[in-house]
Design a protein around this ligand. Structure first.
Ligand SMILES: [Cu+2]
Length: 506
């Protein structure tokens, strides 16, 4: 069910902004060609040809012998198995292209197996459809076992994904980003070659797209979907389909992908399986646009997201993140303060780290304050009128032992507790984890993998606190408050420990 506010927002997006959205170049291109169209599951009939073909394909693939490389478990094992992640890319700049290639493989397999060239994978637009889609939540379909059902999911058919993980505010913050690596997760600063181990072992800085909706949907749905063998639940392809959809829309808004040869020339060698069982490769260069891969996205859903863009275009993030992502922030002219840390963020003892950033530095970075946004909602990290971005990086965060917690980031909150709501003016955003540290260990077989790092834009929150007179003269306090996940019966909260926290004005 959509909340009243979401319905209102959707109404605003659909009516007031229709003109602006349809005039964007990516959209007209998508509408004009005849490629198979990936459609949102929201409102899709249960017997829609694409859904029928997908359901039948999953059933057929599940019944194939183990020895067949197109057997369902074998296909899922490409991503990860019961013990560990295998070839998938997480926490680094290959996250988006690797998963695009992986989904294209399933589309290719369905087209061949079902002899249906016009097939396109549906996707789950979780921002507007908060519950597990009907096609997936029923144990049976037409009186038979439903291949799309997975009994291990912890989120029930009546549970809804939370606003702080997939809400319009979160999505607008993602669409407000203009830098590819801030949007789609950054490089590992140590990467110096095209060795494929960087795909699985590299750790950069996760942007909100990966850290918040991506990680939290995996964790909130739970069961198989939060394990390394995640792709055994066919909901995986619908979830990542929307992540891919967000990338396509972000490009259609006019945002450019990365241009570094260490990114573009990486080859995912023989990672993927043809319908005849042979292996094939993709380079990142092959995966930059959807049209050459044989699909595009539907207009109504794309419009809703594009509408965010027209709303936020006046205040897009234009920070120069390069020095931060290279790990060179210390020796450039950007203002940056970093504190090493050994304390963990615990439910009754949230992390509370003061950094020496003064109120005058903050005022100078924000520039003209008092500017107000035209958005009908608050965008975390949005800074109408701000001169610069003020961002925090939580580096090398020791992942939790279980993934049944979420981690809320606040600044300067004197009364922080698990009960402080996300509507509090000191709130910045919420992070999640996909996979615990042990699940990543086997990855590529190159020993220890660094824990993930996160990029959090503080600018919008600091503007709000400036208006409220809540900026401190000599310090900025960064806080992390763990909270139990609503959909999970296990309310044990796992602590996390960032090795350092950096605040930078860029
Ligand atoms: Cu994923």
């Amino acid at each position: 069910m959509l909340t009243r506010r979401e319905l209102m927002t959707r109404g605003i997006l659909a009516t007031t902004l229709f003109q602006a959205a349809v005039s964007l170049p990516g959209l007209t291109a998508a509408a004009a060609n005849a490629l198979p169209v990936r459609r949102s599951l929201g409102g899709m009939d249960l017997d829609h040809p694409d859904l029928e073909a997908w359901r039948d394909f999953v059933g057929i693939s599940k019944s194939k012998p183990d020895s067949d490389p197109t057997n369902w478990i074998s296909l899922a094992n490409i991503h990860g198995d019961e013990v560990q992640f295998n070839r998938c890319a997480h926490d680094n700049w290959y996250f988006l292209p690797w998963h695009r290639g992986y989904l294209e493989m399933f589309e290719r397999l369905v087209r061949a197996e079902m002899q249906y060239d016009g097939f396109a994978l549906p996707y789950w637009d979780w921002t507007f459809d908060r519950q597990i889609p009907r096609a997936y939540s029923d144990a049976t379909y037409n009186g038979k076992e439903n291949p799309l059902y997975d009994p291990t999911r912890e989120m029930t058919p009546t549970d809804s994904l939370s606003d702080e993980s997939v809400g319009v505010e979160v999505m607008a913050s993602i669409y407000a980003e203009t830098d590819f690596e801030a949007f789609g997760t950054s490089r590992d600063p140590e990467q110096d070659s095209l060795d494929e181990s960087w795909v699985t072992n590299g750790v950069g800085i996760s942007g909100i797209l990966e850290a918040t909706p991506h990680n939290l949907v995996h964790a909130q749905v739970g069961g198989t979907l939060r394990q390394p063998q995640t792709a055994q639940d066919p909901l995986f392809m619908m979830h990542h389909g929307n992540v891919d959809h967000v990338w396509a829309v972000w490009n259609a808004m006019g945002n450019a992908n990365g241009t570094d040869p260490l990114w573009l020339d990486m080859v995912f060698r023989n990672n993927f399986v043809n319908p005849d069982g042979t292996a094939y490769s993709f380079s990142v260069r092959d995966l930059l646009e959807t049209e050459p891969l044989g699909y595009t996205y539907d207009l109504p859903s794309e419009m809703s997201a594009l509408a965010f863009s027209s709303l936020t275009s006046e205040t897009r993030h234009k920070g120069d993140y390069a020095a931060l992502f290279d790990g060179r922030s210390g020796d450039t002219q950007i203002r940056s303060v970093r504190t090493e840390n050994a304390a963990s963020a615990q439910v009754l003892a949230p992390l509370d780290l003061p950094l020496q950033i003064t109120s005058s530095e903050i005022a100078a970075a924000l520039g003209e304050s008092g500017a107000t946004s035209s958005l009908p909602f608050v965008v975390t990290g949005q800074r109408p009128g701000a001169q610069k971005q003020i961002v925090a990086i939580l580096r090398e965060v020791t992942p939790p032992e279980n993934t049944s917690s979420e981690y809320r980031v606040f600044v300067n909150c004197d009364y922080l507790s698990p009960d402080v709501p996300t509507s509090d003016p000191h709130y910045v955003g919420t992070l999640g984890f996909f996979g615990t540290s042990t699940m990543h260990q086997g990855h590529g077989g190159h020993g220890d993998r660094k824990p993930p790092s996160f990029l959090i834009n503080l600018t919008g929150t600091l503007q709000r606190l400036t208006r409220l007179g809540q900026i401190r003269k000599d310090e900025l306090v960064i806080q992390v408050q763990p909270v139990p996940m609503e959909s999970r019966s296990d309310k044990t909260v796992s602590p996390i420990t960032p090795r350092s926290i950096e605040v930078a004005i860029i």
